[in-house]
Design a protein around this ligand. Structure first.
Ligand code: GDP
Ligand code: IMO
Ligand code: MG
Length: 442
């Protein structure tokens, strides 16, 4: 079924007070609600830039009764004056991008504004095949990837075997690059992963077929952003995934293959660090992760089930049940540190209304050792026991609250506790998935 989302829909909300160049990124393991946060900030932005990742991301925006799930198009698409930009640090599956643009166009959204970097790397059919084959091969040790080809596409990028969007516009070069890549892949696929080799002609025909539709969108996005910032326009940088999924700073190897942290926004967009005015971290009022890997505060009991069911914690991309647990202050403090967060946007506070007591992890203990900072040794994360601080719940419906002072005092105490423990201001809190269900804290 197709719902048209009115591009002209304006909120009866105050315009968010964000700085000209603001990064919005996930402070946990992804799915924090970045899509809805960016959609909110985008009402006063001129550009929204996706800087890393690909269609492993699933960002949900809810306007009235209508829901829009985006994987590649930046969340600014709903505002007619905002230009969505897909920058060079991303990996693009062209069939997915074009299908998403068709889906958006069916909802009367103007997709002609979408800008795509020619330097972004392409996810090729052999990347998807390798992603699935590697996961199968890893068996019990699998990462639980989205199987969209993300890891293999970034692997080829760094191995300098990658094929970029700009290559689609030179058929001779494109064919040469596909043939060179298949030299390697067609040995690995059958011999290592016991799967069928792939045909160069088929891939070349399919991909060159995308060039015409993608062509008008391809731009030097770094220059576009530079010019925008010089002109005093507002630019939002929209992270995908989250800090703990960062290939350098996350829970390696149970991570994605890019840098969702603030540094990734700089490199992946082609701007300098001094360009950035503000870095907003998005965190759920609890925490979730999808896929495998260590998760100290995971709840494998009724409380966890309650978070999953009430929070609708099922993956936007893969439909997988997300694992849920109490808020982890060590992880949040870590996100503040590695991203230089200037503010937090706390989402899904309404889900905690169901709990009489709310717990927050303040330290881990492992053997005789107590950790009050996120440990850099991965093995600790598997074996540690979190120490919890207990806070009173409020157990009242807060989904209709729009002013901070109207939140129950226990909810305010929870937010203030987080601010103090994470040493960062909570600028906004959301109390429901719908666009208007949020509170700007003075
Ligand atoms: P993202 O990947 O960070 O953009 O997050 P997702 O869209 O994958 O997952 C967040 C989910 O929570 C989506 O289904 C949102 O509609 C929903 N959501 C966001 N904020 C809130 C909130 O404050 N309350 C509730 N109940 N749901 C929310
Ligand atoms: P958004 O942007 C949550 C997880 C996968 C897996 C790991 C590696 O919606 O927050 P990949 O396919 O990237 O190689 O998988 O990363 N993962 C996400 N988890 N939200 C996401 O994106 C994710 N993108 C990837 O589940 O554990
Ligand atoms: Mg998501």
């Amino acid at each position: 079924m197709c719902f048209a989302i009115s591009t002209g829909h304006r909120l009866p909300l105050p315009s968010p007070d964000v700085m000209p160049a603001t990064i919005v990124l996930g402070a946990q393991w992804g799915d924090e609600g970045k899509g809805r946060v960016v959609d909110y900030f985008a009402q006063s932005a001129d550009y929204v830039v996706r800087f890393q990742g690909g269609n492993n991301a699933g960002h949900t925006i809810v306007v009235g009764e209508q829901k829009l799930a985006l994987s590649l198009i930046p969340s600014g698409i709903l505002y007619p004056d905002c230009t969505p930009v897909i920058a060079s640090g991303t990996v693009i599956d062209p069939s997915v991008l074009l299908a998403e643009m068709d889906m958006a166009a069916e909802r009367d959204l103007d997709t002609s504004r979408v800008r795509l970097s020619g330097n972004a790397h392409l996810i090729m059919p052999y990347h998807r095949k390798l992603d699935a084959a590697i996961e199968r091969y890893l068996g019990q040790n699998q990462i639980g990837t989205t199987k969209k080809g993300i890891g293999p596409a970034y692997t080829d990028k760094y191995a300098r075997f990658g094929i970029r969007v700009q290559d689609l516009f030179d058929p001779k070069i494109f064919r040469e690059k596909v043939e060179a890549a298949l030299e390697d892949k067609n040995k690995i696929l059958p011999r290592v992963y016991n799967t069928l080799p792939m045909d160069a002609d088929e891939i070349v025909d399919e991909y060159l077929g995308y060039a015409e539709a993608l062509g008008p969108h391809v731009t030097d996005t770094s220059l576009l952003i530079w010019n925008a910032i010089q002109a005093g326009d507002d630019v939002l940088f929209e992270g995908a995934q989250g800090t703990l999924l960062d290939v350098d700073h996350g829970t390696y190897p149970f991570v994605t293959s890019s840098n969702p942290t603030a540094g990734g926004a700089i490199v992946g967009s082609g701007v300098g660090p001094k360009t950035i005015d503000e870095v907003v971290g998005v965190a759920k009022a609890y925490i979730s992760r999808v896929g495998t890997g260590p998760f100290p505060t995971e709840l494998l009991d009724e409380a966890g089930d309650k978070m999953i069911e009430l929070g609708g914690e099922y993956g936007t991309v893969t439909g997988r049940r997300r694992r849920c647990g109490w808020l982890d202050m060590l992880a949040l403090r870590y996100a503040v540190r590695v991203n230089s967060l200037t503010k937090l946007f706390l989402t899904k506070l309404d889900i905690l209304s169901a709990f009489e007591t709310i717990k927050v992890a303040t330290a881990y203990s492992s053997g005789d050792v107590t950790y009050d900072e996120f440990p850099d040794q991965q093995s600790v994360l598997y074996h540690c026991d979190p120490t919890y601080e207990k806070l009173d719940g409020w157990q009242g419906d807060i989904t209709g609250v729009r002013a901070y002072r109207d939140l129950p005092k226990e909810a305010r105490a929870y937010i203030e506790y987080i601010e103090e423990a994470a040493e960062v201001e909570v600028g906004w809190v959301s109390v429901g998935p719908e666009r208007s269900q949020l509170i700007e804290i003075g």
